[in-house]
Design a protein around this ligand. Structure first.
Ligand SMILES: [Zn+2]
Length: 480
């Protein structure tokens, strides 16, 4: 910041975008509104680094405080190690801003001890550990704080509410025992899942229930989810209490799915971070989105590139996908005849690339439930609460082996972790020979078998676990 004796005006340099350039007018008006005189000289505000585009109106408060400090209205030492965020109204009031938690964490990480934020955003910012967050209503209050006349109140962090019990329950789904079992295995090992069946067979209903089988968010995960949803502007006045469930439509844009825009916003894959991403009608998604998804599944984050900078959003989610068996949807279903020829069915399946399918460990056919089964008592999978207990138990076993989840077991460690018995090994060997299973498909089956063994509390993968794992594969989608 520099103030020189030329005609009074304010210049902002360093790649500011329109909203930032307009900051000059807001800052000037706000400073005047609180009874200070704007320097009768030329003020140059330099936003560093110069090659990074600056967006949004959130820089207003920092610019105003800088002008006041530089013009002598504030002691230079009073702003040391303090950060200021917020948009100014012309009368000096502070408006809330998006992504307050993300900004606060960045301020702390760059060495600031205190952050002054608009009242409406301060509670979100105050979730940041080891940062003193003060809530201000207007520029005048910030001035009194910095002059030592009237300290701003410390902001109370957003409330942490208990996870609600309104999550959908597995017990409400009758029949579908095999698909429920697959959900439990998926939740245990973090495996991606593909549900395949006719319209109305219950794929969506099943996918929605994976959320309730996962362990509750730990405090650190809850903070991360809150930070991302804060940046997206979809925070609901409290710390995230539940794992997110996101189900974007297949017509969603690539930017909507993966993130993008200016300023960059997290896409659906990041909004699903630490939760469940459900992609229904998988072959209908844009090919480019599906190709990128494969990489995201590997890296568990997404890089959004934009003019002058790149932005990294986390994207560590559990993937559930669903598709019809054929373009018309009724192949293999008892209610209706399929109208598709074999070539059309093959083209439909081929829309999902092999490399993406390779990352989906569990393939589950879903058949419509017969009417009599709808009256049947709750099956062995039971309620979500009981399934979740088994999942938590099985996950603890994985942690004791030093892995976060079986789906991420590196190839090199797979045999050591699975410790298949001789019978299990020879069963897998026979599947490779007789069914022409690829080495990659065999490793997928072994990972799933490890999760099944963990659910059963077995130290080694035995033959029944191996056989069950091998049953969750689908040769019709591609030659495995
Ligand atoms: Zn069909």
């Amino acid at each position: 910041m520099r103030i020189s004796s030329q005609l009074p005006r304010i210049d902002i340099v360093g790649l500011p975008e329109a909203a930032v350039r307009e900051s000059a007018a807001r800052v000037r008006a706000a400073i005047t509104a609180i009874g200070h005189s704007f320097p009768q000289q030329r003020v140059t505000v330099n936003l560093a680094p110069a090659d990074l585009r600056k967006t949004g109106a959130g820089l207003d408060l920092a610019i105003a405080v800088g002008v006041l400090a530089e013009s002598g209205a504030l002691e230079a030492g009073s702003v040391a190690r303090k950060a200021f965020v917020g948009e100014l109204a012309l009368d000096g009031r502070l408006r809330p801003l998006r992504g307050a938690l993300a900004l606060a964490i960045a301020a702390r990480n760059s060495g600031c001890a205190q952050l002054v934020a608009p009242e409406a955003s301060a509670a979100e910012a105050a979730l940041t550990p080891d940062l003193d967050v003060r809530a201000a209503a207007d520029l005048g209050a910030v001035m009194r704080h910095l002059q030592g006349d009237e300290p701003l109140p410390r902001a109370e962090p957003l409330a942490r509410v208990a996870a609600s019990s309104r999550l959908l329950d597995l017990a409400d789904v009758r029949g579908q025992e095999r698909a429920k079992r697959a959900l439990e295995i998926a939740a245990t090992g973090g495996h991606a899942l593909l549900l395949r069946g006719a319209p109305g067979s219950g794929k969506t209903m099943l996918a929605q229930r994976l959320q309730g089988l996962l362990p509750a968010l730990d405090p650190e995960e809850a903070l991360e989810v809150t930070r991302i949803h804060g940046v997206a502007g979809s925070l609901r006045g409290a710390v995230a209490a539940e794992r997110p469930f996101r189900a974007p439509h297949h017509t969603a844009s690539v930017a909507g799915l993966l993130g993008g825009g200016n300023p960059p916003r997290p896409g659906e894959i990041s909004l699903a971070h630490h939760g469940v991403l459900f992609l229904d009608e998988l072959p209908e998604f844009e090919r480019r989105a599906l190709e990128s998804l494969r990489q995201v599944l590997e890296e568990r984050r997404v890089v959004v590139a934009r003019a002058g900078a790149t932005c990294v959003f986390p994207a560590d989610f559990q993937l559930v996908t669903a598709m019809n068996p054929c373009p018309c949807g009724w192949r293999g279903a008892p209610q209706r005849d399929c109208r598709c020829d074999d070539a059309a069915v093959a083209r439909y399946a081929a829309r999902i690339s092999g490399p993406l399918l390779d990352r989906i460990d569990l393939h589950v056919p879903v058949m419509p439930v017969a009417w009599h089964a709808l009256e049947a008592p709750v099956g062995p999978a039971g309620s979500s609460a009981s399934a979740r207990e088994r999942v938590i138990f099985a996950r603890a076993r994985q942690r004791r082996r030093g892995v976060s989840c079986n789906a991420r077991l590196p190839d090199a460690d797979l045999d050591d972790a699975a410790q298949p018995t001789r019978e299990a090994s020879s069963l897998l060997g026979r599947a490779v020979e007789r069914l022409g299973l690829s080495a990659r498909a065999a490793r997928r089956a072994l990972r799933v078998a490890r999760s099944i063994a963990d659910l059963g509390g077995e130290p080694r993968v035995e033959a029944p676990a191996m056989a069950e794992a091998l049953s969750f594969r689908d040769d019709s989608l591609r030659a495995v």
